[in-house]
Design a protein around this ligand. Structure first.
Ligand code: 5FX
Length: 541
């Protein structure tokens, strides 16, 4: 592969739920362009709310496939109008919301390949016009869909149970996971299904547009389908057959996430001025792309403290379990990543802030500084809404002797919440195989990552230094970085070498010397108490 030149630019796209975003970085990894198209407001003709259609059963959630095609037309037009020089783009990649599926109608590959034609006839037509008849299903199921419970049960039965399925595919069966959605499509809309010649994820669908041909699914996003055997880097015949017999040719073989799929097709060269040598690197899921954008390294953990809290782990030795998701790592297929979601995040922190002395973040922070590490043994669980990990609800407080108590003093309550939220993240991360190793960093992001006292507790509970990063555009940025990495991955250059030039995260907290002993012990108690809370939350017969 030729050296990267000073004038080269790398482009990353993110087809997220609500918008299509683009970021371009130069050879020094400086961001030179950010742009987006917002589905609801920029494409009102599709009548989406938050980028989706919620169906009357309130379980089925879809997005119009052609909306994504039109969004790409619109975004590239906007970028051209702003003077962006497409001829400098050496490589592009992208990401899509995970799990969503696109059903290509039989014959669509022929239409896609017309994008390679050097005839002028298509240059005046936008992508939406060219591809309007290409989809056998016009509304793509997306990750918010939860209508495939019956198919999930059937898949778990076929695999010999939820844990066996998790051991094969990295996750137990989830309604939004694509295999179960495909199975539902076959059972409820067989006619459309039988008119389908290819099923893509949102990511591989988007790559197909640039490629002018079907793009393969990458290992990392493919891990979110309940179909990929993570140990084989290939589809599991057992899962394929359980979801839809004969599915393999409709998916084609999955590929490593850093694969160069080919050059951008002529349509983009002629219409927007891309270089015919611009490479399309496999697209992946938004969460894997975020891991790349946050530049996680072996042993790192990223904690996003938002409305709900999300944890990304770089895993060397994964232990898929009944909770969380293990994916093949997007920047190194020999490694893994895991994703954990916690629903009770900022809203609970804000509720306790309001109740804290002074009713402010200052009061909340001073409660943390005035209470000791380990909170004198007091532990709390605060689930205002039914939690995912664990599937429990309500507020549960325990004193140092594990007795259930009905209240804590105001300061103790604040520390119990923050310690409890972080202990829970550590507990569930460790269950998936996460281990704190020398050099482990905790990367914090999201609203609450601006609170120094909260981050100190995070550092103490994980006994690791905490750094802050801005992850607002991490999926897009990660895609631009992956575009660059794709050009050199085959020659053995690691992703971390490629992104060395990007700005360093900021060190904001280091663990107290007493933290390891205190929280190693507390974690064991926390695990036992969580089990009790879970039992109490189970409906009684
Ligand atoms: C992950 O499993 C999810 O379902 C979401 O984070 C989607 O990827 C959001 F786009």
């Amino acid at each position: 592969m030729a050296a990267v030149h000073e004038r080269d630019v790398f482009l990353g796209f993110d087809f997220s739920t609500q918008q299509l975003k683009a970021v371009a970085v130069d050879a020094e990894l400086k961001v030179v362009l950010e742009d987006h198209v917002h589905f609801d407001s920029d494409l009102p003709e599709f009548r989406t709310q938050g980028g989706v259609h919620m169906h009357p059963d309130r379980l089925t959630v879809t997005s119009p496939t052609l909306m994504w095609v039109k969004a790409l037309d619109r975004l590239l037009d906007k970028m051209a109008a702003s003077g962006f020089d497409f001829s400098r783009v050496r490589a592009l990649s992208g990401s899509g919301q995970q799990h969503g599926s696109v059903f290509w109608r039989t014959g669509a590959s022929r239409t896609l390949r017309t994008l390679h034609s050097d005839q002028d006839q298509d240059q005046d037509r936008d992508l939406q016009q060219i591809l309007q008849d290409c989809f056998s299903v016009s509304d793509s199921p997306v990750w918010m869909d939860s209508s495939s419970t019956a198919q999930c049960h059937a898949l778990e039965r076929a695999a010999g149970g939820a844990l066996s399925l998790a051991r094969i595919t990295g996750s137990k069966a989830y309604e939004r996971f694509t295999g179960n959605q495909i199975s539902k499509m076959l059972q409820t809309r067989p006619e459309e299904f039988h008119q389908t010649e290819r099923v893509s994820l949102v990511s591989s669908f988007a790559a197909s547009l640039f490629l002018g041909d079907y793009a393969p699914i990458d290992f990392s996003d493919g891990s979110g389908m309940n179909l990929l055997d993570l140990s084989l880097w290939d589809w599991s015949d057992l899962c394929l057959n359980a979801c839809a017999p004969g599915l393999r040719p409709l998916l084609a073989a999955p590929v490593p996430s850093s694969t160069v799929l080919g050059p951008v097709c002529l349509y983009f060269v002629r219409r927007f001025g891309f270089s015919p040598d611009c490479s399309v690197v496999a697209f992946t899921g938004d969460n894997p792309a975020s891991l790349a954008g946050m530049r996680l390294q072996p042993g790192d953990i990223a904690v996003s403290l938002g409305t709900s809290d999300t944890v990304f782990l770089w895993l060397q030795f994964p232990r898929p379990a009944l909770e969380g998701h293990v994916f093949i790592n997007p920047v190194d297929p020999q490694q893994h990543m895991a994703l954990l979601c916690f629903k009770n995040g900022s809203l609970v922190r804000e509720r306790l802030r309001d109740a804290a002395p002074g009713g402010s973040w200052d009061g909340f922070s001073s409660a943390l500084t005035q209470t000791p590490l380990g909170n004198d043994g007091n532990i709390g669980f605060y689930f205002d809404v039914v939690e995912i990990l664990p599937a429990a609800v309500g507020v549960h407080r325990f004193d140092a002797l594990d007795n259930k108590v009905s209240s804590f003093p105001a300061h103790t309550e604040v520390r119990a919440l923050v310690e409890g939220q972080f202990l829970s993240k550590r507990l569930h991360a460790e269950r998936l195989g996460y281990a704190i190793i020398p050099g482990t960093r905790v990367l914090a992001t999201g609203g609450a990552s601006s609170n120094a006292q909260i981050l100190q507790v995070l550092s103490d509970v994980f006994n690791a230094p905490v750094f802050t990063i801005d992850s607002s555009n991490s999926a897009c940025l990660g895609s631009a970085y992956r575009a660059l990495h794709g050009l050199v991955a085959d020659s053995g250059v690691s992703f971390s070498d490629v992104v060395k030039k990007a700005s360093e995260p900021k060190l904001v907290a280091t663990p107290d010397a007493r933290a390891k002993q205190i929280y190693d012990d507390m974690l064991k108690r926390f695990g036992r108490l969580e089990e009790r809370v879970l039992q109490e939350s189970r409906p009684q017969d």
